[in-house]
Ligand binder design. Structure first.
Ligand SMILES: Nc1nc2c(c(=O)[nH]1)N[C@H]1C(S)=C(S)[C@@H](COP(=O)(O)OP(=O)(O)OC[C@H]3O[C@@H](n4cnc5c(=O)[nH]c(N)nc54)[C@H](O)[C@@H]3O)O[C@H]1N2
Ligand SMILES: Nc1nc2c(c(=O)[nH]1)N[C@H]1C(S)=C(S)[C@@H](COP(=O)(O)OP(=O)(O)OC[C@H]3O[C@@H](n4cnc5c(=O)[nH]c(N)nc54)[C@H](O)[C@@H]3O)O[C@H]1N2
Ligand code: SF4
Ligand SMILES: [Mo]
Length: 905
């Protein structure tokens, strides 16, 4: 970005950019001197709000752990594992290896695996290089794991991958149905918009369809805890109900759709009567009836769906079952109504625009259509355009595993953690001749298996565009210089393209030129058949691109964005009609058994992002749910011989992990939930991907992440403890550990087996301290199995370690705080040895509000002592809940608990 425009953007209250996390796509203002962030009041997505992850972006800007120069792996293990090399050598090596592999084994023997966290410009170049110049469609993306069922469902129904509505529809609706979406935690700012609207207009109804009673249910008028996977019967049942209860929009169906009768017949046949349906969905009949009546009677309905829908062996059918109900009632493309696919990643939508999936071409053009292939080839003037779709993510790694793919470039994704059957993915990478990984951090589970590592620009350094769930294109702007030798992803791709002899095709001076080409392609020979059209964004100058304000596509002419699609009842199919898709329920590929009696459901927590490479270093984000856990119903905890707060081993046919037992009260019997975030960088044994079955949806290829049969057993450990250390530690002696980032220090929770003989020597070796390691204090009580030790340097606390029975371990918040002090008093030292503060120090308890760091104990005490009645009271008193609002569901829960205790006799 030019200096002049940087100033002009900054003049409006900090530099304007976009949050790099979820698909809400909030606008962020950055104070470029203090490196603090705030919500952008002018951005249409958030109007100034940010959630806790967005608010904590400043904490992720440090360079610790960053990958700063290209590296080549020189040995399997040991300190000299990696050797730096020049960019020029790295790029030439990639070009040579890819060219040689293609020459020997054909274009199908190389592949890219990319990500919805790339900018549109990076993504465009990756797709162009593979599909137009390397000659195969062997490029797939982590969006396959995320949005591909929605993409496939949209195409089946509308003829093109289009999200009809916008966020404003949630505020205009009278009924919001949230299906398979933990909106409160995963799309918090959109959730807060719904909360605010419901406060303004309490008659706005909210229904949550999710097997778990998630925090999203906090504002639900009705929660349908359906049996996992039973969305198709549920929405088929709804369709049949709408038909028999006079809710059809006959005119709309006749004028603008096809195949309604077939869809209705399939629905009526499979749904059965309400009693049968209640059984197949695992729901109470009256709840079902309430939902159906509400849906039938309310005109303005928005149905948001997310991963509980997409990530399923029948994800595409689930999407169409939902869309069918909206088509049947004509509730689409009008204010306050429509099916709404919520995207996950910041640029999941942009990736779809440039054709990042192995079965699509750029600009919403189809690989399977010879005319559209020719169009793209003409536009690119490329030697070739891939004719057959490449493998979808799971199959792509299968092809790596069996040696069909021999050279692979992975960019902005961590598949050893995030793919199903992840141990097999790890094995596939081990077998692969040549693996390149582009990332921003040096050490990830995937990076460890690379032959070459390329340092990419991170948020705040990279420059380009992203598109959010409501089709709004926003700029991500750079406000910091590239650290070390980090370079943009598009640049590395283009350099390889040029080294492969395609000088002209990849001769980009910057992201603006790439965006311009992308915009022109969307308009190229587009007589209106393709809705995706950025004609009005083509031909921007550098400074216009720099200053580009958020705009919703299609953009047919300069400055003209769009609102809803399909308002005129026309769809981009051949005859202009939308298609009903008849769907019938399919049983899960792997049913439960005596050996694996629980359904494993996986998903997200509030304060972490995916594999934690960035959020895992922010202390504010480590505090809320600090450890990997398995959530179960209390009765199942007992039945499995477990203890809440103890450790459990979760095992499937594919793999195993160890996590803390949690009883949130959200689970139904027979189901367990494990978060997706933890991996080998943050815990000894908690990659849930290793357990997940590699079943995929037959249409979209999206994996079934929400349904794997598992067993849960106690994980026995003989001792446990907690350790805080500023430096490196030796984790080998522990049978289990998990790492949490605290301010200034890392915390490790651990457990172990076997006798601890010389505890002193043992503790020093864990902390990697010599025998004469300066100031060392310790306390032991062998009879009770208690050992405490602490290490100081120049009076400053460096590390402390506690082994004790769980209820005798010290309060974590208090310990972490001691590391922030320049010097400890004598009382602190005694307290440190005793494992408890001397005198009345408040333990604020587990963190609830991350923004203002307010713990559970503090909130409960305030509720009791000051007789607080509502979340507003709590916010007024403690500020908790007053910023991003993500913790309001928990605060409401605490208010309810306190009220219950008070009411008890
Ligand atoms: N904090 C945070 N936010 C994120 C992310 C993150 O990592 N952390 N990631 C982003 C990304 S990429 C994505 S894709 C989104 C995902 O956002 P969501 O889809 O909201 O998140 P998930 O937790 O994966 O799953 C959603 C819900 O589906 C439910 N579910 C499971 N099985 C079924 C079923 O059979 N039917 C129904 N109806 N529901 C079911 C689960 O219980 C879960 O509560 O979040 C985005 N936002
Ligand atoms: N069991 C289970 N598994 C799942 C899911 C689930 O619900 N359950 N959800 C799936 C879904 S929806 C998703 S989206 C995936 C996400 O899974 P991944 O994409 O594997 O997860 P991330 O941690 O976001 O990985 C992004 C990587 O890119 C790096 N990075 C960040 N920015 C840049 C950049 O600009 N350039 C480059 N080169 N690198 C960058 C980060 O450091 C990180 O290593 O997980 C999927 N896996
Ligand atoms: S809701 Fe939070 S994570 Fe999502 S874009 Fe907004 S600030 Fe970022
Ligand atoms: Mo995702």
């Amino acid at each position: 970005m030019s200096a002049a425009s940087l100033q002009s953007v900054a003049a409006a209250g900090g530099l304007a950019t976009t949050c790099p996390y979820c698909g809400v796509g909030c606008g962020v203002r950055v104070d470029t001197r203090k490196l603090t962030v705030s919500g952008d009041v002018q951005h249409p997505a958030n109007g100034g709000r940010l959630c806790v992850k967005g608010s904590a972006l400043g904490e992720t800007l440090g360079l610790d752990g960053r990958l700063l120069r290209p590296q080549r792996r020189v040995a399997e293990s040991g300190p000299e594992r990696w050797q730096a090399l020049a960019w020029d050598d790295a790029l030439s090596e990639i070009a040579t290896r890819f060219a040689r592999t293609i020459a020997r084994h054909g274009p199908e023997s190389v592949a890219f695996y990319v990500s919805g966290q790339l900018l549109t410009e990076d993504y465009y170049v990756a797709n162009k290089l593979m599909k137009g110049y390397l000659g195969s469609a062997n490029i797939d993306t982590n969006s396959r794991l995320c949005m591909s069922s929605a993409v496939a469902g949209h195409k089946r129904a509308f003829g093109e991958d289009l999200v009809p509505g916008c966020y404003e529809d949630f505020e205009l609706a009278d009924l919001v149905v949230l299906v398979g979406s933990n909106t409160a935690w995963c799309h918090p700012v959109l959730y807060q918009r719904i909360v605010a609207e419901k406060e303004r207009r309490p008659e706005l109804r909210v229904v949550v369809v999710d097997p778990r009673r998630t925090p999203t249910c906090d504002i639900a008028d009705l929660h349908l805890p359906l049996a996992p996977g039973s969305d198709v019967p549920l929405f088929n049942g709804l369709l049949a109900w709408l038909a028999t209860h006079g809710a059809a929009d006959r005119d709309f169906i006749a004028a603008h759709t096809r195949d309604a009768d077939a869809a209705l017949a399939a629905a009526a046949e499979t749904a059965g009567d309400l009693d049968a349906l209640a059984v197949s969905c695992g729901l109470q009949r009256d709840r079902l009836e309430t939902f159906f009546n509400l849906f039938a009677a309310t005109d303005k309905v928005v149905t948001l769906f997310s991963q509980g829908v997409n990530q399923s062996g029948q994800g595409t059918d689930k999407v169409n079952a939902i869309i069918n109900c909206h088509l049947y009632t004509g509730r689409i493309g009008k204010p306050g109504m429509g099916p709404f696919s919520m995207t996950g990643q910041p640029n999941a939508m942009g990736g779809r625009e440039v054709g990042g999936l192995s079965n699509t071409l750029a600009a919403h053009l189809e690989l399977g259509d010879p005319r559209q292939r020719a169009l793209v080839q003409r536009f690119w003037n490329s030697p070739t355009v891939a004719e057959t779709p490449g493998p979808k993510a799971v199959d792509l790694f299968e092809a790596v595993h069996d040696g069909r793919i021999k050279a692979l470039w992975i960019m902005a994704t961590n598949p050893v953690v995030s793919l199903p059957d992840a141990d097999r993915v790890r094995e596939a990478l081990r077998r692969c001749d040549f693996v390149v990984v582009s990332d921003v951090v040096a050490s990830t589970d995937t990076a460890q298996l690379a032959h070459l590592l390329l340092p990419a620009l991170s948020w705040g350094e990279k420059d380009g565009t992203v598109t959010n769930s409501e089709r709004v294109i926003s700029r991500q702007r750079a406000f910091r210089a590239a650290p070390g030798e980090a370079r943009p992803d598009w640049w590395a791709l283009a350099e390889v393209g040029r080294r492969l002899g395609h000088e002209q095709a990849f001769d980009y001076a910057g992201p603006q030129q790439i965006f311009d080409e992308h915009a022109r392609l969307s308009a190229f020979e587009n007589g209106g058949e393709r809705v995706f059209n950025l004609a009005g964004l083509a031909g921007m100058s550098d400074s216009e691109y720099d200053a580009l304000a958020p705009i919703r596509w299609p953009v047919p002419a300069p400055g003209i964005g769009s609102e809803r699609l399909f308002g005129d009842g026309r769809f981009p199919t051949e005859d202009g009609r939308a298609m009903f898709v008849p769907v019938t329920p399919v049983a899960p590929a792997h049913p439960l058994s005596e050996q694996f009696p629980f359904i494993l459901n996986t998903g997200r927590i509030r304060d972490q992002w995916h594999t934690m490479t960035r959020t895992g270093v922010a202390p504010t984000l480590g505090a809320h749910l600090p450890e990997p856990y398995v959530d179960l119903h209390a009765a199942d905890v007992l039945a499995c011989g477990l203890r809440e707060g103890g450790l459990a081993r979760v095992t499937s046919r594919w793999g195993t992990l160890v996590a803390r037992v949690r009883c949130s009260g959200e689970m139904r019997r027979g189901q367990v939930f494990v978060p997706i975030h933890w991996n080998d960088q943050f815990a000894s044994d908690a990659r849930v991907g290793a357990l997940v079955n590699p079943v995929v949806d037959p249409v979209s290829g999206e994996p079934e992440f929400k349904h794997t049969p598992v067993r849960v057993d106690e994980f026995r450990a003989e001792w446990q403890g907690v350790l805080y250390a500023r430096g490196e530690v030796d984790l080998q002696p522990f049978a289990w550990w998990a790492k949490v980032q605290a301010p200034d220090v890392q915390r490790y929770e651990f457990s172990g087996r076997g006798k601890l003989d010389d505890r002193s020597a043992w503790a020093r070796s864990v902390l990697r301290l010599g025998v004469s390691a300066g100031d060392w204090i310790e306390y032991r009580d062998d009879a009770s199995g208690i050992y405490h030790a602490a290490h100081f340097r120049d009076g400053r606390l460096q590390a402390c370690l506690y082994v004790a029975p769980p209820d005798l371990l010290p309060a974590r918040g208090w310990l972490a705080e001691l590391f922030g002090r320049a010097r400890l008093t004598e009382r602190d030292r005694v307290g440190l040895l005793a494992g408890a503060p001397l005198g009345p120090v408040q333990d604020s308890g587990p963190l609830v509000c991350s923004c203002f760091r307010v713990g559970r104990n503090t909130i409960v005490q305030a509720i009791r002592e000051r007789d607080l009645k509502s979340p507003k009271d709590v916010t007024a008193c403690l500020r908790a809940g007053g910023n991003c609002g993500s913790c309001l569901p928990e605060i409401r829960g605490l208010l309810a608990e306190c009220a219950l205790v008070e009411a008890a006799p």
